[in-house]
Structure formats: structure tokens, C-alpha cells
Design a protein. Structure first.
Length: 111
């Protein structure tokens, strides 16, 4: 049985830009040249291509099914510290649960 692999987002977004949004290629080129994209970078590319309204709608509809890699979790926790935000403010900004954020903070303290 083969390993489960995540989708090749880099290839997916390259195809979308090439076929439907060639005018947005310049804005995404730096991210698409990376070897591997983080969750945060995928959301960023999504925003560049489809705009914030579409991305917000997708996030609202699919919030139960999101997953975050370690780099993105650390980015969110550092963002909270840098901007002196409480859990509620951070959770609202990133559209995540306060419980999820608290769990991440607890796990990061154990590392």
C-alpha cells in the first residue's frame, strides 16, 4: 500500500495560473519557485489568485477540514506574540478555534 501524500499544490496553482489567470503569474512567481509550499503560502497564493472574498468564503465553508503544518502553527503563535494579541483576537484573525490555538500553545511549551 502506498503512502498517502498531500496534493501537489505547486503544480495545481501553476496550472490554474497558466490556464485562467496568466496576469497574476508575476505576483505568485516567488512562491511557486519554492520546493514545497507551507499551508500559509497556499492560503497566500489562493488570496493572490482569487481575492480575499473567495478565500474567506472557502475558509468559512471548509473550516472543519483544515490542517496546519508545524511551520504555519509556529507562524500563527509568533504573530500572536509580535502583535500582543490574546487568544480570541488571534483566533478571529486567522479564523481558527480558540481551543485549537490554546492546544497549540500548550504543545509548543512542551517542546
Amino acid at each position: 500500500m502506498e503512502n498517502c501524500q498531500s496534493p501537489n499544490y505547486k503544480r495545481i496553482y501553476q496550472d490554474i495560473i497558466e490556464k485562467k489567470y496568466p496576469d497574476k503569474k508575476e505576483k505568485c512567481i516567488d512562491l511557486l519557485e519554492k520546493e514545497k509550499l507551507t499551508t500559509r503560502e497556499i492560503i497566500l497564493i489562493n488570496t493572490y489568485i482569487f481575492g480575499t472574498e473567495i478565500v474567506s468564503e472557502v475558509i468559512e465553508n471548509n473550516s472543519k477540514f483544515r490542517s496546519y503544518d508545524q511551520e504555519t502553527v509556529l507562524y500563527i503563535l509568533n504573530y500572536q506574540i509580535r502583535n500582543n494579541l490574546n487568544n480570541t483576537e488571534t483566533a478571529n484573525y486567522f479564523k481558527i478555534s480558540r481551543n485549537t490555538l490554546a492546544k497549540w500553545k500548550k504543545m509548543s511549551k512542551q517542546l
